[in-house]
Design a protein around this ligand. Structure first.
Ligand code: HEM
Length: 446
């Protein structure tokens, strides 16, 4: 790789705000417009310069050294203040302990159980559909992901709020966080506007729900085979200390926010893309008919549903839910041949990289077969990072892929999903890259 190029500077900054407005209004267009400006491009967000790392080799270097390129920068500095010190936001110094404590909750044995919940939740949802009905696929998948998360993370029997109320709170938090993260002047966020008040209320509601559930579990003291039971049972290496209520709250909030919208978006984009490529959908039907027959999909079927896997992977390439990630350097470091000072804000965007013709042939084309083993070899290592990489790689990658595969297979056994003519689908870049409304007509397969 040629890293001898100068660091580029993004064009078009404004006095005081720099490129913050572009990042708030049209971040995807802005980031993809920076192709050709250098392997590393400087962007000014209010008072601070951030370095957008564009080349996969350099992104790989950032992800491989989780101490020097620590969780921080515009997303994580503020996200940690808002969400607490859960696994997804904590600095490298706290990470190993937290990851060790959470890992057992994602073991193969636990996943086999979670897959049963995933299958039942998907089946219940699609059984409520009727032939010819127009369903809002984004909402359906959002509710499915929330149901799966709440049933696998913990039992919500004792919670007064309805799943819809909780889903609305999560969505308010996710869109509010992006605004909080990008807005350079914090005073704006303290003004009691409707949006700010709604955000505060949503956070308070989530805290109260999580507190209520944790207390119930501690009182009952039984392992229910779910994630909260695993968190309560987790012990440090000394075998005695575990997670405090506050640590559990931060972990659950982080898992909720990391796991629900991301998986819901992956499933929704998959259906939307297949809706416009009926030949890809037809192959999914053939795969499901051949492999499953009348049997609902289980954990053991997931590795065999290879076409479904490629469809989801391709949807994750075109619409990576966590499309923009940030870090902050903790020491002087050479990135390529650029010397960065401690405290430098780093950005990298899977979205921009996944759609770069340097790394993907016809990058705008939906082509699940590019993930056939022979063709996938052509993709440079590090250019495809929907789950990130290195020590901070997604802990729920298998969970998310299992859930999405089971959902695709469950729908495909009964239904064909057709786009509603004339309806344009937009992508909304908040913390996650979510689809707007995705209405689709369901047709019963004969
Ligand atoms: C398709 C679905 C998903 C996608 C695309 C996704 C993507 C990601 C990405 C890109 C990161 C790394 C962030 C960074 O490097 O800064 C991450 C981290 C994380 N994800 Fe996921 N995720 C998905 C599903 C899930 C699910 C279902 C869960 C849990 C139930 C989950 C839990 C986590 C956690 C705990 C981390 C932090 C890991 C660490 O720092 O050690 N994710 N995810």
């Amino acid at each position: 790789m040629d890293t001898s190029s100068e660091i580029g500077v993004a064009p078009g900054g404004l006095p005081l705000l720099g490129h913050a407005l572009q990042m708030l209004r049209h971040p995807l267009d802005f980031l993809t417009s920076l192709r050709g400006t250098g392997d590393v491009v400087k962007i000014r967000l209010g008072p601070e310069w951030a370095y957008l790392v564009r080349h996969p080799d350099l992104v790989k270097q950032v992800l491989a050294d989780a101490y020097t390129f620590d969780k921080g920068g515009i997303v994580f500095d503020k996200a940690r203040n808002i969400l607490g010190n859960g696994l997804a936001t904590c600095p490298a110094g706290d990470h190993l302990r937290q990851r060790r404590l959470l890992q057992p909750a994602f073991s193969r044995e636990r996943l086999i159980n979670y897959a049963v919940c995933m299958r039942d939740a998907a089946r219940t949802r699609v059984e409520s559909w009727h032939d010819g009905q127009v369903v809002e696929v984004d909402r359906e998948m959002g509710s499915l992901a929330l149901t799966v998360a709440t049933r696998t993370l913990f039992s919500m029997d004792s919670v007064a709020e309805s799943p819809e109320e909780i889903q609305a709170s999560i969505q308010t938090i996710l869109s509010g966080i992006y605004r909080r993260v990008i807005t350079p002047f914090e005073v704006v966020l303290r003004v009691p506007t409707r949006k700010n008040r709604e955000f505060d209320q949503a956070m308070a509601r989530m805290y109260s729900v999580i507190h209520q559930i944790t207390e119930d579990y501690r009182t009952a003291g039984i392992d229910r085979g779910d994630l909260l039971s695993a968190l309560l049972a987790a012990r440090d290496e000394d075998g005695t200390t575990g997670l405090t209520n506050r640590e559990i709250r931060d972990q659950i909030l982080a898992l909720f926010l990391a796991g629900i919208e991301t998986t819901a978006a992956a499933m929704t984009w998959s259906f939307h893309l297949m809706g416009h490529h009926p030949e890809v959908e037809a192959r999914l039907h053939a795969e499901v008919d051949t492999l499953l027959g009348d049997k609902p999909p289980g954990f053991e079927d997931v590795p065999k549903l290879t076409h479904a896997h490629r469809v989801i992977t391709e949807a994750l390439r075109l619409y990576p839910p966590l499309w923009l990630l940030t870090r902050r350097t903790t020491a002087e470091v050479k990135l390529g041949n650029h010397l960065l000072q401690p405290g430098t804000a780093i950005l990298f965007s899977s979205y921009a990289m996944h759609r770069d013709a340097t790394y993907f042939e016809h990058p705008e084309r939906f082509d699940p077969d590019r993930w056939l083993p022979e063709r996938a070899k052509a993709v440079p290592r590090g250019a495809m990072i929907p789950f990130s990489a290195g020590k901070r790689k997604c802990l729920g990658d298998t969970f998310g892929m299992t859930e999405a595969t089971i959902a695709l297979a469950t729908v495909a056994r009964r239904w064909r999903l057709r786009p509603v003519p004339g309806k344009r689908i937009s992508s909304i870049a908040r913390i996650t890259l979510a689809p707007g409304a995705v209405p689709m007509r369901v047709e019963r397969r004969s």
